[in-house]
Design a binder for this molecule. Structure first.
Ligand SMILES: [Zn+2]
Length: 245
């Protein structure tokens, strides 16, 4: 897979060189989508916290990290009340990139019961780590994939470990970076721009849940995602500039 490796290498190199060179161009606009809603808050963590709250925290940290790099952002589903999955990309047709923030869980049959603060909860300590998803129905699969690899590479370089839990059901685009196909994810195939879904970690894992709740951990993770995105988006703006000449 020399081509894939080269693309990631180019994207990473561009994080430094091309971002600086393209400083006069309009900054890219990234839509950061907070997965789930108040009415359907997603999985419940090992200690009883809804996924929506984890998604909210990491999405806000990502917005901050992107803006620190001069990338414009628009938050999707900021109030947790968005009406549908299709409305998420429909609200941001003008964005250059769409990233949906989620946290992973495990199947009901894999869970064990335990008591936490006097409440009955469930956990699974087998699986932990992040993973990424693209849809082959997205109109810009090439950039979606490049950004997935670029983010995955940055995260692993910083010590974040991906999960292969989802390889049991979802085919790989790139095994090394835990980047999967998930063709029928509405937010990805209805997006008018390149799009990714990011699962930050497994909230049913008791140790990983504590990390995912930690603001410094969130900031570190957001920083690596933002660096990866800046890298792949700067590669694209270089292509656009070259095409326009
Ligand atoms: Zn989710």
């Amino acid at each position: 897979m020399a081509t894939a490796t080269e693309s990631v290498r180019t994207a990473l190199a561009c994080a430094i060189a091309l971002c600086a060179a393209g400083a006069t161009a309009a900054p890219p606009l990234v839509a950061v989508d907070i997965g789930h809603t108040l009415d359907a808050p997603g999985a419940i963590s090992a200690r009883g916290r809804p996924e929506l709250e984890f998604n909210h925290d990491l999405a806000r940290a990502l917005v901050k990290a992107l803006e620190a790099r001069g990338i414009d952002t628009v938050l999707v589903n900021a109030d947790g009340r968005i009406e549908s999955l299709a409305a998420r990309p429909a609200n941001v047709p003008h964005a250059d990139f769409f990233i949906s923030i989620h946290h992973d869980s495990t199947g009901a049959h894999e869970l064990t019961e335990w008591e936490w603060m006097g409440t009955s909860q469930t956990f699974n300590d087998r699986w932990s780590g992040h993973s990424l998803f693209v849809s082959r129905r997205n109109p810009d699969l090439a950039l979606s994939t490049l950004c997935g690899r670029s983010i995955g590479a940055r995260l692993q370089r910083a010590g974040f470990v991906p999960t292969h839990k989802n390889g049991r059901k979802r085919g790989y685009v790139d095994f090394e970076h835990a980047l999967h196909h998930f063709d029928n994810l509405i937010v990805l195939y209805r997006a008018e721009q390149a799009a990714l879904l990011f699962e930050a970690g497994v909230i049913k894992h008791r140790d990983e849940e504590l990390l995912l709740r930690d603001a410094r951990y969130q900031a570190r993770m957001a920083d690596e995602i933002a660096t990866g995105l800046a890298a792949c988006l700067s590669t694209r703006s270089d292509d656009i500039t070259r095409d326009a000449r």
